[in-house]
Ligand binder design. Structure first.
Ligand code: TTP
Ligand code: MG
Length: 349
């Protein structure tokens, strides 16, 4: 069966988020990586206006400043980029569950069995309209070609690489365009007189294997546009939990409650980080004699907020009826995850 793969890569991601959130920055050369261009540190990314001056990722900030002193230098605000990334994934999930995140701003989607071009266009439209950001999108029948397609006309690109005449399409391109060919392999190939993918297509599998090992085998297929790697979706974790063993066995309710407040805070943060909600909250208690009990509650409405998690944990603690027994360990877990807006099965009480 022919697969349909979409590759999405956001344009100048960190800089684009900053530009969106501050209209004064619109169209200006922006460098994200640090607010003081005289400090050590490197460029995380630069807006396309800044790239015109030759500024790029991983360049020292000082050098970026020399190239464009009027550029606006901004610190890295990771929480903001993570939030944008979460929202992008929320859009992806409208179309498929088969999503392989490569980084915050890049992912593969397997949308086999659908009209992939329409899906790609719709995703582009939603990212633009809802998030006011632009993505470059590539559509093809495997990962290598989909990624090649998304890089094709960056920024704000949309490229489809169809199935026919792939070898001919690839042959004039530099070997560097092959995923997995870095500067070292490129230099090695160049030394052998191999510059284009077409040159590479002339070499035999056995020879490539001998010269490059496992990579050689892959190169033989990739230069013909063959790539059977599946889109590997990251599985949802089953649960998040936090627990604490006390230094001495504990009977003081205030101490137990303080532990639960702390757990609720960190569980809430972990849920928010992953963009998840949880429906089941579980309290675990181990008494001084090592007897261990757990108590759970499953909510009608899933939650992620620390204060709601905390309220649930206090209810469970009440229900545990400690009867003055001393506690060795206390733990809190949240499970039964769903994504916001996703329909879920209501359990009957
Ligand atoms: P990229 O997708 O490589 O770059 P980009 O999105 O800024 O620009 P474009 O895709 O349009 O070429 O990386 C995504 C983000 O990852 C980028 O905005 C900042 C971060 N990043 C670093 O922090 N350091 C780096 O060296 C690179 C390459 C990226
Ligand atoms: Mg990008």
């Amino acid at each position: 069966m022919t697969r349909s793969i979409i590759h999405i890569d956001m344009d100048a991601f960190y800089a684009a988020v900053e530009e969106r959130d501050n209209p004064l920055l619109k169209g200006k050369p922006i460098v994200v990586g640090g607010s003081n261009p005289r400090s050590r540190g490197v460029v995380s990314t630069a807006s396309y206006a800044a790239r015109k001056y030759g500024i790029h990722s991983a360049m020292p900030l000082k050098q970026a400043y020399l190239r464009c002193p009027q550029a606006i230098f901004l610190p890295v605000n990771m929480a903001k980029y993570k939030e944008a990334s979460r929202q992008i994934h929320q859009i992806f999930r409208q179309f498929t569950r088969l999503i392989e995140p490569i980084s915050l701003d890049e992912a593969f989607l397997d949308v086999s069995g659908t009209d992939a071009v329409s899906v790609g266009k719709e995703i582009k439209h939603l990212i633009n309209n809802r998030l006011r950001l632009t993505a470059s999108i590539g559509v093809s029948h495997n990962k290598f070609l989909a990624k090649l397609a998304s890089e094709w006309e960056k920024p704000n690109g949309f490229t489809v690489i169809p199935k026919d005449n792939i070898e001919g399409f690839l042959s004039p391109l530099s070997v560097r365009r092959i995923w997995g060919v870095g500067p070292r392999t490129e230099a090695q190939l160049n030394e052998m007189g191999i510059f284009t993918i077409g040159d590479l297509q002339q070499l035999e599998r056995g020879f490539l294997q001998k010269t490059f090992g496992k990579l050689g085998n892959e190169l033989y297929d990739l230069c013909r546009g063959i790539d059977n790697r599946p889109v590997k979706s990251s599985r949802l974790p089953k649960s998040f939990g936090e627990e604490e063993t006390y230094y001495t066995d504990e009977g003081n309710m205030a101490v137990l409650e303080a532990s639960l407040a702390e757990f609720s805070q960190s569980l809430g943060e972990r849920l928010r980080d992953k963009g998840l909600l949880g429906r089941t909250i579980t309290l675990k208690i181990r008494y001084d004699d090592f007897e261990t009990n757990t108590r759970s509650m499953t909510l009608m409405n899933p939650i992620a907020e620390p204060d709601k998690l905390y309220k649930c944990s206090l209810l469970l603690l009440q229900r545990a009826r400690l009867n003055q027994r001393k506690i060795r360990l206390i733990g809190l877990a949240v499970s039964n995850f769903i994504y916001p807006g996703e329909p879920y099965q209501l359990t009957l009480w």
